[in-house]
Ligand binder design. Structure first.
Ligand code: ADP
Ligand code: MG
Length: 629
């Protein structure tokens, strides 16, 4: 038996380890399984290149819980270590690595969040164990050794009885960590961190039903057998070549990733790059709702098939955090803080690669199967629109395939739309006016009026569309968006012939005065217009600019622009001076009757705009019944 001192300058590093990694102490298991995996893969490599003249076989990694003995075992059949190697890799290298790590990150450790993910390796075992043993036998023809350490820098090294190749790590679980002796806890850790690790991981046994032997009777029970319970899929879809995968394989991998998710993904994107950085993965477009925040943190980040985090902020562009799937890269620095990560050159490249891939995939879907793309547009538009808003490079690409649906269910790209309406929908300054509605039901009468004139009306209803319109208006020349109820349609879009008012100037002046007296609500501004006699007598409009500002304030974008207070409601009441009803206002003799006529008409206009509510609506209905009686 040999004893010695671990090569470390601080007296006792273990309290430090515990302190710093406390919040994340469960990662010890991932670290030890990673080491077991590394050792197995190294063995494979050595046999493949002929360096080791031993049989590789079908090695697995086994996790065993000994609840009574308060021990947790991690057993591999990898290359093992000789006594010399234990001294070198465990006593010197690993520990100095740990010390260096702690010195370097002491300050940032607490707020970085990601700390402890990688870097402490083997010594993270001391977060949960008061004593750790290593029993290992190298593939080389050398005796097995046993190393043990109780958390002080002293270790014990002695010969061991082990005749099979590989390493067994035994953790004597500390009293404050007995949760790691529960099968349920270990199971959940394994499925969180090790679900896709490349070497099969066994945890316990399970019963498998075998086919009945020939000639067995109906009532005979099927034979069963006890088999290893392997908890992982060592060959997940993202590690395979896209050419080897069928659409169904992508779907079943999605179910493997999100067993509780019943809806199928809309598209997938297989990421695969090895220069200038290494990255593989599969991203999925799920069906998205309009709630942007609810759907984040679904992309899982792996490093060589080891789960790292499902917070990919900073690595994936913000707008793509709504997607799901897996990204696996050995090139993402993991034991650093997020702000560092965001400034990292490799990470920036990864982010722009992913953005480009997503844009290319959308573009090819649009080109090759426009029908399907249109059918799915509603479910993916929020991501695309968000991307167009936040990343200029994405905007340029997406501008070619982003769709603008009409209220009648046709889909145009921006270019197509512009081509279609540029001669027929222009305002007095010659700008192309893009008419849109945000709600087919609420804006029904306005949509009908616009359609009756032969105009295209888009249906734009995502929560961030106001911001996107703003961006389109500033990046495209000579266009502007106007919601169908922003103004009277004949003022939004210039018509060749102008109508002549049937009323004299004097009559108009009187009319305006009378209307303003009768209408007490000051959020309405009366505007007289000479229009077709069959156009509505009253139309309520809400100026585009004001309404959009108000909406954007609600979604956060235009916030603060007008100070803290919310903006007041402002409407125009467009009065058609050529409508017979309007002449009737003038001709009505009694003031009381006149006022009633005007307010009943105003209520009808409000009703059409969806503004008549509560008490006003109740009174309106009561009054209307009286009238038809
Ligand atoms: P890292 O894995 O980053 O090298 P660790 O602290 O996790 O750091 O491990 C230190 C070293 O100990 C490894 O590089 C390896 O040489 C050795 N080692 C740890 N676990 C095993 C194992 N199960 N089998 C063989 N060698 C191991
Ligand atoms: Mg390690």
């Amino acid at each position: 038996m040999a004893t010695g001192k671990i090569n470390v300058s601080v007296d006792n590093i273990f309290p430090l380890i515990k302190k710093f990694l406390y919040s994340d102490h469960e990662i010890f298991l991932r670290e030890l399984i990673s080491n077991a995996t590394d050792a197995t893969l190294k063995m494979k490599h050595l046999t493949t290149i002929g360096e080791a003249k031993v049989e590789y076989g079908n090695p697995i990694i086994e996790i065993k819980v000994d609840k009574e003995g308060k021990k947790l075992h991690i057993i591999d059949q990898g290359l093992g270590m000789t006594e010399e190697e234990v001294k070198k890799y465990i006593n010197e290298v690993a520990f100095s690595g740990a010390e260096e790590f702690l010195n370097k990150y002491e300050d940032s450790a607490k707020d970085s969040g990601i700390i402890g993910h990688f870097g402490l390796g083997f010594y993270s075992a001391f977060m949960v164990a008061h004593k750790v043993e290593i029993i290992t036998k190298s593939y080389k023809d050398e005796p097995a050794v046993q190393w043990s350490c109780d958390g002080s820098p002293e270790f014990i090294m002695e010969p061991a009885e082990k005749d099979t190749r590989g390493t067994e790590i035994i953790l004597h679980i500390a009293d404050d960590s007995t949760e790691f002796l529960e099968d349920g806890k270990i199971n959940s850790l394994l499925s969180k961190y090790n679900k896709f690790m490349p070497i099969p991981i066994k945890f316990g046994m399970k019963t498998e039903t075998l086919p009945k032997p020939e000639g067995a009777k109906e009532e005979d029970p099927a034979p069963t057998k006890e088999v290893d319970n392997i908890i992982n899929n060592p060959n997940p879809a993202w590690t395979k070549q896209p050419a080897d995968l069928k659409p169904e394989d992508y779907k079943s991998f999605y179910r493997e990733l999100y067993p509780m998710q019943f809806e199928e993904p809309l598209f997938h994107i297989h990421l695969n790059v090895d220069y200038p950085f290494n990255l593989t993965g599969i991203l999925y477009f799920p069906k998205l709702s309009n709630d942007l925040n609810q759907q984040k943190d679904r992309i899982q980040l792996y490093q060589n098939q080891v789960f790292v985090t499902d917070n990919v902020e900073g690595i994936v562009p913000e707008f793509l955090t709504m997607l799901r799937g897996v990204i696996d890269s050995p090139d993402i620095p993991l034991n650093v803080s997020r702000s560092y990560l965001q400034a990292d050159g490799a990470v920036k490249k990864i982010s722009s690669y992913i953005t480009r891939k997503v844009a290319d995939k959308m573009n090819s879907l649009f080109k090759n199967n426009r029908e399907e793309f249109e059918a799915k547009w509603n479910d993916i538009k929020i991501v695309i629109e968000y991307g167009m808003l936040s990343e200029d490079k994405f905007f340029d690409k997406a501008d070619k395939f982003a769709l603008y649906p009409t209220v009648d269910g046709s889909y145009f790209t921006f270019g197509e739309l512009q081509e279609k309406i540029k001669d027929t929908q222009t305002d007095k300054d010659g700008k192309t006016v893009i008419l849109y509605a945000s709600d087919k039901e609420a804006q029904h009468s306005y949509i009908e009026t616009a359609k009756a004139k032969g105009y295209e009306v888009l249906l734009l209803d995502s929560p961030i569309i106001g911001h996107l319109m703003q961006k389109l208006e500033s990046s495209k020349e000579n266009i502007s968006f106007a919601r169908v109820d922003a103004d009277h349609i004949d003022k939004l879009i210039q018509k060749e012939e102008t109508q002549i008012s049937k009323l004299s100037d004097e009559e108009k002046e009187t009319l305006k005065k009378e209307l303003e007296e009768a209408i007490t609500d000051k959020s309405f501004t009366v505007q007289l217009e000479a229009m077709d006699s069959d156009a509505s007598p009253f139309t309520i409009t809400e100026p585009e600019f004001m309404r959009r500002m108000k909406e954007m304030q609600q979604t956060g974008g235009g916030g603060g622009m007008f100070g803290m207070g919310s903006m007041p409601d402002m409407y125009n009441l467009i009065v058609n001076t050529n409508h017979p009803l309007v002449s009737e206002f003038l001709n009505t003799k009694t003031a009381k009757k006149k006022e009633r006529l005007i307010n009943q008409s105003l209520d009808l206009a409000k009703l059409s705009k969806g503004l008549l509510k509560g008490k006003a609506l109740t009174e309106f209905i009561k009054r209307s019944y009286e009238m038809v009686k």
